[in-house]
Design a protein around this ligand. Sequence first.
Ligand code: ARG
Length: 482
Amino acid sequence: MTDRRSRTKPWGGRFRERTDPAVERFTASVHFDRALARHDIRGSIAHARMLGRTGLVPADDVAALVSGLETIESEIERGEFPFDPALEDIHMNIEARLGQLVGPAAGRLHTGRSRNDQVATDLALFLRETSTAARRGLVELRQVLLERATEHLDTVLPGYTHLQRAQPVRLAHHWLAFVEMLGRDADRLGDLRARLAACPLGSGALAGSTLPLDCEDTARGLGFDAPAANSMDAVASRDGALEFLAAVAICMVHLSRLAEELVIWSSAEFGFVELADAFSTGSSLMPQKKNPDVPELVRGKAGRAVGNLVTLLTVVKGLPLTYNRDLQEDKEPVFDSARTLRECLEVTAGAMATLRVDTERMRQAADDSLLLATDLAEALVREGVPFREAHDAVGRTVAHCAEKDVDLRSLTREDLAAFHPSFPADAAELLDLERSLEARGGPGGTSRAAVSAALDRVRAALDAEATALDAEEAALDVGNES
Ligand code: ARG
C-alpha cells in the first residue's frame, strides 16, 4: 500500500492522507506573504540566538541555523529561492529550505515557537519598517509642496467653499493646508510605533511555552521594548495592522483631495494649472487631449485604501480568541495599502514639482469684488454696526448690483449710504484685493507676513522631521543586521 501521507508538511505525522490539491491552493499564502521573508528571517535569527543563549539548542546548531537563514536571505534577494505553494506559507518555505541546507539542526529552530507568534512578529516588523518608509515619502511630498508654496507666496486665487468662489487667498496658503493634513498623517503613522512595541515571540500558539525561553532577549534583539504582556492577545490581535490601514486610508483621502483639485484646476473651465507632459497621458482617440490620469488614479486608489481598512476590520470583527486562520487575510490589505500609498506619494510629488501654474488666470478669478463682500460687512462692524445688520446691508447692496448689472466696486460712498448710513468710504477703497489679504494677519491668516512665517515654520519642522527619520531608518538598518 502506498503511503499517502504528506511528505512536505511538518505535521505529516498526524495525517494519513495527502492534502487535496484544491485545499493546497486555497490555503496557500506564499505568493503574497513572501513579502515578509526578510522579517521572518530576522525573527528566526533572533529566536535561534536566544535558543542558543538559554542552552535549549547547542551552539554549533545555532551557528548552522543562522548561516542557513542568511543563505536563504541571499537566495531570496537574488530571486533564486525555490518557493513552493505546497508548503503553504513563507514560514514553512523557509523552514523546509533550511532543512535542505543544514540538515537535522533545522528541526530545532521551531523550538518554543508557533507560526502564530511568528507571523505576528513578522507583521509587526513589517509595519514598523513600512510606516517609517511612508513617513519618508510624506516628508518628500511636503518638501515639494513647500517649495511650490514658497514660489507662489504672491500668487492670489479664490479660495472656495461649496466650490463657489469665496474669498481670495495666496496659493502658498492653499498648498500649506495640504502640508498640515499630510503632517498629521505622518504623525499618525509615527504614533503606530508605540502600539508595535511588544514582541509576540514566546507566546507560542496561544499559551506560551513550557521551555525556559528568554523572551526579553528576543524582544531586545528585534528592537521591541518588551515581550508581549499577554500571550493570547499577542497571537490574536491585529490592531497594529488596523491602525496602519486607518492611517493610510486617511492619508489617501487627503491625497485624493489634492488630486481632485489638480483634475478640476487643469480643466479648460478653470485653466489654473497644467500638468507636465511627463505626468499626463493622451487619448487613444482624440488627438487634442491631455488627460490628468495621474491625479485621477490617485483619487481612485483612495478607494482601495478605504476598502483595505474595511476588509480587515470585517475579518477581525467577532473572531473568538485566539488565532484563527481568518487572520491570514490580514496581509494582502496591508501590503496593498503600503504599496498604494508609496506609489501615490511618489507620483503626487512628481506631478506637483512639475506643475505649471497660470498665475494670471488665478488672479483674474480672484479679482472679483464680490469675493470681498465680507470685508465690506466687516468695515461696517468696525463702525460699530452689529454683524448681522452689516451682513444684511451688504446682502442688499450685492443684490442691487446683480439686478442693475454694475460692479460693486463702482459704488460711491453716497450709493452705499442708501443701504447703510455707516459705510466709511466708497466701495473701491473698501474692496482692495491686496488690502483684504493683508488685513488677515492673525496666525493661520492670509497676509504676506503670516504666510511667510508659516512657510518658515514648516521648513524648520520638516528639516527636524527628516533628521529624526534618518536616525529611525539607521536604527531599523542596525536591527536588520543584528
Ligand atoms: N500563514 C499563516 C498566517 O498568515 C501563518 C500562521 C498559521 N498558523 C496556523 N495555526 N495555521 O496567518
